[in-house]
Design a protein around this ligand. Structure first.
Ligand SMILES: Cc1ncc(COP(=O)(O)O)c(C=O)c1O
Length: 400
């Protein structure tokens, strides 16, 4: 037997960021002061009341299996909150608590996508969307957006991508990697196109709590409630409550799909960890003061980082409405020569060079289907941002 691995993995790309991370770790282990803009998680600690709730759950012996779709208290509160925030009807029966939002998307991929299906994904996109679609045997179909369009797709481009094979459309707003968030009018325009096409509408709202400058964050289901029977909301506590390691997310889906996703989860993870679910319940019950504090800090960092990136020669960068990423165009640096006589051919070359020359870790845009760009996560303090920008500026000045 020569090949014991499943053929379905042949088309799946290992994370492009891993090589950069490995190199960053190597440098750090050698004592080099590496500044990392690579993380996809807040640098804040999980608020103390949530940590205490997790500890309490363990102390009180809540250490056994929970129902597959989550503890009833959490499912009920998620549904109630969704009704408050999104306006669309939801009950606990629509909610599956999952192993992070990624787990919700994975359940969805296995429950709804199969060979012959197309799943329409706006790019730049989060790395896992196309890979999960491929693992399920379906085909990702990309709709490009540009910096000029605020990193948002147009309704015309969406319409052109939809075919009779389209099984789902995945919208991520605010977006990883661009931070772009769709306005009510923009969502209405996409909904008008989707109204004519019978497919699942997947709305990943994991960054929904992190928007700036008073941006009005809305779900597509709020602006187009008639589409609710086809909308799957993906959300979780990872980003808004600084709980990435707790692994709690959820889907809110029409009951038939929710049941199918429960079946997938029941044969895979069973459920997410019991104490994590109690922690997530506490997160949703707590006042939004920590979130408000995080938002203020993120906005300050965003402004500092975007201004600094724009001041670098040849760099173009928009002002993201949300999330904690700046996504900038560095294609002007491609073709340039470093002092080590290395030509920067690709964004991956740029990322590798920045790590070696400036000791700054960033993620190449090609990881998100957007070559020629870099993603910088501003999950670091403003002083560190200033220091990193100075280092990058120094390195860029050596390019010829
Ligand atoms: C757009 C998007 N969706 C989902 C996730 C998954 O989040 P979780 O940590 O809850 O699995 C991430 C995490 O990076 C993300 O960026």
């Amino acid at each position: 037997m020569t090949n014991r691995l499943a053929a379905r993995l042949n088309a799946v790309t290992p994370s492009v960021t891993l090589a950069i991370n490995a190199r960053a770790q190597e440098l750090k282990a050698r004592g080099v002061d590496v500044i990392s803009f690579g993380a996809g998680e807040p640098d804040f600690d999980t608020p103390e009341n949530i940590r205490e709730a997790g500890r309490r759950a363990i102390a009180e012996g809540r250490t056994r299996y929970t129902p597959v779709s989550g503890i009833p208290e959490l499912r009920k509160l998620i549904a109630e909150r969704s009704v408050e925030v999104r306006g669309a009807p939801a009950t606990a029966a629509n909610v599956t608590v999952t192993v992070g939002a990624k787990g919700a998307l994975f359940n969805l991929a296995l429950a709804a996508f199969e060979e012959g299906d197309e799943v329409v994904i706006p790019t730049p996109c989060w790395v896992s969307y196309p890979e999960q679609v491929r693992i399920a045997g379906a085909t990702p179909v990309y709709v490009e957006s540009t910096l000029a369009s605020g990193w948002k797709i147009t309704p015309e481009a969406l319409r052109a991508a939809l075919t009779e094979r389209t099984k789902a459309f995945i919208l991520c707003s605010p977006s990883n990697p661009t931070g772009a968030a769709y306005t009510v009018a923009e969502l209405e325009a996409l909904a008008a196109v989707l109204r004519d096409h019978d497919c699942w509408i997947v709305s990943d709202e994991i960054y929904g709590g992190l928007v700036y400058d008073g941006f009005v964050q809305r779900s597509i289901v709020s602006v187009a409630p008639d589409l609710a029977p086809r909308v799957v909301i993906i959300d979780g506590v990872s980003k808004t409550y600084a709980m990435t390691g707790w692994r709690v997310g959820w889907s809110i889906a029409p009951v038939a799909l929710a049941k199918a996703m429960d079946t997938v989860q029941g044969q895979g993870a069973t459920s997410t960890a019991t104490f994590s679910q109690w922690g997530a319940l506490e997160a949703l019950r707590s006042p939004a003061t920590e979130l408000a504090r995080m938002r203020v800090l993120f906005q300050e960092r965003r402004d500092r980082l975007v201004a600094g990136l724009r001041a670098l020669p040849g760099v173009q960068c928009g002002v993201p409405e949300g999330a904690f990423y700046a996504f900038c165009d560095v294609s002007a640096w491609l073709g340039k020569l470093t002092p080590m006589d290395v030509v920067l051919h690709t964004d991956a070359d740029v990322a590798a060079w920045l790590l070696d020359a400036a000791h700054v870790a960033v993620v190449p845009g090609s990881a998100f289907m957007a070559p020629g760009h870099l993603r910088l996560s501003y999950a670091v303090g403003v002083d560190t941002i200033d220091k990193a920008l100075a280092r990058i500026a120094g390195a860029v000045s050596t390019l010829v």
